[in-house]
Write a protein that binds this ligand. Structure first.
Ligand SMILES: CC(C)(COP(=O)(O)OP(=O)(O)OC[C@H]1O[C@@H](n2cnc3c(N)ncnc32)[C@H](O)[C@@H]1OP(=O)(O)O)[C@@H](O)C(=O)NCCC(=O)NCCS
Length: 181
């Protein structure tokens, strides 16, 4: 894979950058919040689990399989994460995900991070179509998707199952040719 820009300055002093091992305490704290375990590919119950979580992001980055960024504040503290995965270079598509630590929510961190990641995917990875999905009972995630330029495309009925309950998922997508707002 060609070299890509790894660091972006965002409004409000925020920075999008790859995960670093020193982010482990912030990652562990974020994943300790109720509901956040659904965002992780393996339990993150301790700082050493968080180090392993970060190493997996770094390994995926090295393989070009997925690109996970921390959204950090001006002091370097990771407030949340955005990622593109499920890359399909034949069709130029990718899957976007995002989360924010509970203390940093409601300040535009996920929206700014998601917008910047989408731009990065179009320019650095030459992707054309970015997709994401959120449970229909997650209105904050829907707001982030719409504010980041991802149009709603439809509802997948009862797609996800957590603790014996099935959830509808609304899918969104943003195309490289969509007008920038
Ligand atoms: C969803 C999540 C990423 C939002 O992060 P954030 O940094 O707070 O997002 P932002 O501040 O950029 O935007 C949040 C938007 O949701 C809105 N919002 C927050 N809670 C809401 C609620 N209960 N109902 C409706 N809207 C809500 C905010 O008003 C804001 O919209 P606005 O900009 O139009 O006012 C965060 O809550 C999170 O990490 N949740 C757990 C993980 C998750 O659900 N990830 C997405 C999986 S699809």
């Amino acid at each position: 894979m060609r070299a890509v820009n790894e660091r972006m300055e965002l409004p409000g002093g925020l920075v999008l950058r790859p995960w670093e091992t020193t982010d482990a305490p912030a990652v562990q704290e974020a994943f300790a919040e109720p509901g956040m375990e659904r965002q992780a590919d393996a339990p993150v119950g301790s700082v050493s689990d968080a180090v392993l979580w970060i190493r997996r992001r770094q390994d995926q980055w090295g393989l070009g399989a997925a690109f996970g960024f921390a959204v950090a504040d001006a002091s370097g503290t990771a407030l949340g994460g955005v990622a593109v995965s499920s890359l399909d270079h034949r069709h130029a598509t990718g899957w976007i995900s995002y989360w924010t630590g509970s203390v940093a929510r409601g300040r535009g961190v996920a929206t700014l991070g998601c917008r910047a990641l989408a731009d990065w995917c179009f320019t650095e990875l030459d992707l054309f179509r970015l997709e994401l999905g959120h449970r229909t009972n997650n209105p904050a995630s829907c707001r982030v998707a719409l504010a980041s330029g991802f149009a709603a495309e439809g509802v997948q009925r009862q797609k996800l199952a957590y603790d014996g309950v099935r959830y509808d998922v609304e899918t969104h997508a943003r195309l490289a040719t969509d007008p920038v707002r």
